[in-house]
Design a protein around this ligand. Structure first.
Ligand SMILES: O=C(O)[C@H]1O[C@H](OP(=O)(O)OP(=O)(O)OC[C@H]2O[C@@H](n3ccc(=O)[nH]c3=O)[C@H](O)[C@@H]2O)[C@H](O)[C@@H](O)[C@@H]1O
Length: 491
């Protein structure tokens, strides 16, 4: 019998040799010996195959841990195209949800990291927040602000390529430097969401992951349904039926739900049943879906209607951002004028003001009243608030401020607003948010755009001298440093 140190190939070769040299009279013995040898060989073959498989699995795990844990995966991919083809974008959403269905999460190290990031550090308790869309513009600022005041934060983001993913990765790196872990996954991945709630007892969900952009909805309608409708349902399902206890949910709706409403300023009491774009329709659908989950499952849900949020680390698909790019590059920009010939106007809202609104909404959310068993102990809060700046500014004025800051004239082309889902003006009444959590926007478009341009020039390493005259008396260099420090600490 071959010893266990001999390979199956050796054993088979020896068996053949023995057979070859056996005499004819010992046929029976030879057959028996041969049978033993074949059996021994297959044993060995089996053992060797198991050993080889184990070795391969070990090597695979060493080289591809991210496929097993799926967390903190850093991609070097970058795309400068703000709007990839609709099919590509939709595919990326679906792929990340379906591929992850078979993936396993966790492992001790992964769970430890999630727990660490989710743990509040405040002496007075603090909250623990799952932030979806954490590598997005508003998500990054809110996550930093929550962490800075001692709350626990775990981020979730699918890093899709709607706009340059390298900017999202840079935001993720900033979050990591402040101790916020961001899981690389899609909100449609229910298994992952459940796992996160099994590992960490989140008290709140700040649901900001969405397909944003008003006009892009005409190019890629399905991505809006996948993110803003199916994705929202996925998050609410897990919050309502799996999390124990249920968290309070605060999520991003949009000023666009006011659609063709002409009463101004827009109040939460106004009609929102005439959306002008599919984007707006999916956000309006989200508000109806929120009502259902609140009604049936007792989930505490707050919808925040954001009004054209802008600022440092912003979204490159938004007009103020790509106008700045085009002005620097000397490329033309197209300005939309309302059908009556007036300038389009927006209630541009600075990111730090919006962050204060989001934290105020989280702090006053009130508890959910349902449980895993499906019973609710009573009605839970269902709220919706405008988070705007309360002073609409013509888009032409926004461009003039950028021109002054960048020291360069824009090459403007003015056209009548095409039928693309856009609305001629937005204007927020924020009295409900002011009353319920002290929301008071304080940043003028001039001051906010200066903060944006400061960041923009530095981030893209542009050879641009920011015009001094564009600074207000309150923004002298010494104070500017302080303001920047405060901004990075709080947002
Ligand atoms: O507040 C909101 O509800 C929405 O605000 C923005 O949507 P929008 O106000 O259309 O922001 P931009 O795309 O940055 O457009 C700002 C203004 O610039 C105008 N614009 C845009 C693009 C362009 O090429 N030319 C132009 O004049 C638009 O008509 C609009 O008046 C965001 O993109 C949405 O995600 C958000 O939900």
């Amino acid at each position: 019998m071959p010893s266990s140190g001999i390979t199956a190939v050796d054993a088979a070769a020896k068996g053949m040799k023995l057979e070859r040299y056996a005499s004819g009279g010992a046929l029976l013995l030879r057959r028996a010996t041969s049978a033993k040898l074949v059996s021994a060989s297959s044993h060995l073959l089996f053992r060797a195959t198991v050993l080889a498989t184990l070795a391969l699995v070990f090597l695979f795990t060493l080289h591809y841990p991210s496929l097993l844990s799926r967390s903190f995966h850093l991609s070097s991919s970058s795309s400068s195209s703000p709007h990839p083809s609709s099919s590509a974008s939709h595919r990326s959403l679906l792929m990340s949800s379906s591929s992850s269905a078979s993936a396993s999460y966790g492992g001790a190290a992964w769970e430890k990291e999630i727990r660490r990031s989710a743990r509040p550090s405040r002496n007075d308790g603090g909250i623990s927040v799952l932030v979806t869309g954490a590598a997005g513009f508003v998500g990054t600022h809110c996550s930093l602000a929550l962490k800075a005041r001692g709350d626990g934060v775990v981020g979730l983001d699918n890093f899709n390529s709607y706009y340059d993913p390298s900017l999202k990765r840079a935001r993720q790196a900033l979050l990591a430097s402040r101790g916020v872990a961001v899981v690389d996954a899609d909100i449609n991945d229910a298994a992952l969401l459940e796992k996160l709630f099994d590992v960490a007892a989140f008290t709140h969900v700040l649901h900001l992951a969405a397909q944003a952009g008003v006009r892009y909805a005409m190019e890629a309608p399905q991505t809006y349904v996948a993110s803003n409708v199916a994705g929202l349902v996925s998050v609410l399902e897990v919050a309502a039926k799996h999390a124990d206890p249920q968290p309070a949910v605060v999520w991003a709706s949009s000023s666009s739900v006011y659609g063709l409403n002409t009463d101004a300023p827009f109040s939460e009491d106004h009609r929102t049943d005439r959306p002008a774009s599919l984007y707006a329709a999916t956000k309006k659908a989200g508000e109806a879906i929120a009502h259902t989950y609140n009604h049936i499952y007792g989930l505490s849900i707050t919808g925040l209607r954001f009004f054209t949020v802008y600022g440092p680390w912003g979204r490159p698909d938004m007009a103020y951002f790509f106008f700045a790019r085009s002005i620097v590059a000397g490329e033309p920009i197209t300005l939309f004028r309302a059908a009556d010939g007036s300038d389009a106007r927006r209630d541009f809202t600075y990111i730090d003001d919006v962050v204060k609104g989001c934290l105020g909404a989280l702090d006053t959310a009130g508890k959910s009243t349902g449980s895993r068993s499906g019973k609710k102990s009573g009605p839970a809060p269902l709220r919706v608030y405008n988070l705007g700046n309360t002073s609409p500014v013509p888009v032409t004025r926004m461009v003039a401020i950028l021109e002054k800051l960048l020291g360069k004239k824009a090459n403007k082309r003015i056209v009548t607003m095409p039928s693309n889902g856009d609305v001629p003006f937005t204007h927020a009444n924020v009295s409900h948010a002011a009353h319920d959590f002290g929301y008071r926007p304080t940043t003028s478009l001039e001051a906010g755009l200066r903060h944006f341009v400061d960041w923009f020039v530095e981030y893209y390493k542009l050879d641009v001298k920011i015009a001094k005259g564009a600074r207000s008396a309150a923004d002298k260099p010494a104070k500017k440093k302080k303001a920047a420090a405060a901004m990075s600490a709080s947002s």
